[in-house]
Design a protein around this ligand. Structure first.
Ligand SMILES: Cc1ncc(COP(=O)(O)O)c(C=O)c1O
Length: 418
């Protein structure tokens, strides 16, 4: 346990310690989660949290920003190099404000946005009625086809022609297939729309060059930094130079005040890590692991949305298994496996219950697990879901999970705050 914190605040120290244990001793298959490096964690907990630096490098509203300018400029330059883009704003506090900034910069309230249906894999900020996006803008949606469970470009183009959006968003939270951005550019050009990629999930795969690149085709690209990119919790917006001033104005002073300089410093660290050669092999392994996990589940008689995966995640349809996504995620958690319930396309159940679970491999791959472990994990998931009430099975799997975690330790000697 952390010595300093345990003296100052034993309650929080105890909670942090318990959470560390959970992250170390369970299998995390939540597709949007990962283990940030100790360097990223340390930077995110650093002294830059003390500093106000409203504005941008060289144009601050506060004095004493010499080192804020240096670290923010470094983060910007690294992100530009990593993603091959003309302009980057590294200030958004998270993925959702990154999307808000993009809309705010390019659109007027009430304008039409075309995005992927939420229940087909989109995101809250892509038009949920209760979200700022759905409240402030008019949304039209494209979805996946019933037979392929993948989106069909000619149908999306027809919807775009009908609704004439000012902005088209490509990307989502639960789409298990690669996205080719080139044809979306053609659709956007045909209807006179801006094209935005929300790569919050696939950003690491793109940086690792194992997924098609949106940069040549999109006007704006938004992302989180905490998921496959394995950085701190945060967001960035990338764009063509022609939109740079609008994007910067939308982030500050449009949406945010003082930025989180400690997080911006940690973003700089994660961009450096993502430029190392082993980051590419890490991303390739994430995809291979997802494919092996998917194959193992298919062999165990599970149905996967769209038949499999070619990125870091898969959606398991539990409809034929007599268990809801809600119950499956809970019983898996009891066996030491953390996943999340997720609606599947054309789900008959509401988002609080769901007929599916979403599984992703970024976190297990960070622990060093490879194909053999994915086969084992797939078998364990299958056994738990096929016998959800069998306490003996659950206990046996729990023990196997514990042993697997011990073979692939994470955050050993973590005592960042003492
Ligand atoms: C596609 C997509 N966009 C945006 C976000 C929002 O990111 P955050 O949770 O950091 O606000 C997410 C997060 O799940 C996402 O999956």
């Amino acid at each position: 346990m952390n010595r300093l914190l345990s003296q100052v605040d034993p309650d929080v120290a105890e909670i942090l310690d318990a959470e560390l244990g959970r992250q170390q001793h369970t299998l995390i298959l939540i597709a949007s989660e990962n283990y940030a490096s100790k360097a990223v964690l340390q930077t995110q907990g650093c002294i830059m949290t003390n500093k106000y630096a409203e504005g941008y490098p060289g144009k601050r509203y506060y004095n004493g920003c010499e080192f804020m300018d240096r670290v923010e400029s470094l983060a910007i330059e690294r992100a530009k190099q990593l993603f091959g883009v003309e302009h980057v704003n590294v200030q958004p506090h998270a993925g959702s404000p990154s999307n808000a900034a993009a809309y705010f910069a390019l659109l007027d309230p009430g304008d039409t946005i075309l995005a992927m249906r939420l229940d087909h894999g989109g995101h809250l900020t892509h038009g949920l009625k209760q979200n700022f996006s759905g409240i402030s803008y008019r949304f039209a949606f494209y979805g996946v086809e019933r037979d392929t469970e993948q989106f069909d470009l000619s149908r999306a183009a027809a919807i775009a022609r009908k609704h004439k959006p000012r902005l088209i968003i490509v990307g989502g939270s639960a789409y298990p297939r690669q996205i080719d951005f080139a044809p979306w550019r053609e659709i956007a050009d045909e209807v006179g729309a801006y094209l935005m990629a929300d790569i919050a999930h696939i950003v690491g795969l793109i940086a690792g060059q194992v997924h098609p690149d949106p940069a040549p085709y999109c006007d704006v690209i938004t992302t989180t930094t905490q998921k496959t990119l394995r950085g701190p919790r945060g967001g960035i917006v990338m764009c063509r130079e022609q939109f740079a001033a609008q994007i910067d104005k939308a982030v500050f002073p449009g949406l945010q005040g003082g930025q989180m300089m400690h997080t911006i410093a940690a973003k700089a660290v994660c961009f450096k890590e993502a430029m190392e050669p082993n980051f590419r092999s890490y991303q390739a392994q994430i995809v291979r692991n997802a494919q092996v996990l998917a194959d193992t589940l298919l062999r165990n008689d599970f149905r996967l949305v769209s038949g499999g995966t070619d990125n870091h995640l898969m959606l398991v349809d539990l409809d034929s298994k007599n268990i809801t996504g809600h119950d499956a995620a809970n019983v898996l958690e009891k066996a030491g496996i953390t996943a999340n319930k997720n609606v599947i396309p054309f789900d008959s159940r509401p988002p609080t219950i769901t007929s599916g679970i979403r599984l992703g491999t970024p976190a297990l791959t960070t622990r060093g697990m490879k194909e053999d472990e994915m086969r084992f994990v797939g078998e364990m998931i299958s056994q738990v879901i096929h016998a959800p009430h069998d306490l003996q099975v659950r206990e046996r799997i729990r023990q196997q999970v514990k042993e697997l975690c011990e073979h692939f330790p994470i955050y050993e000697d973590l005592d960042l705050w003492s």
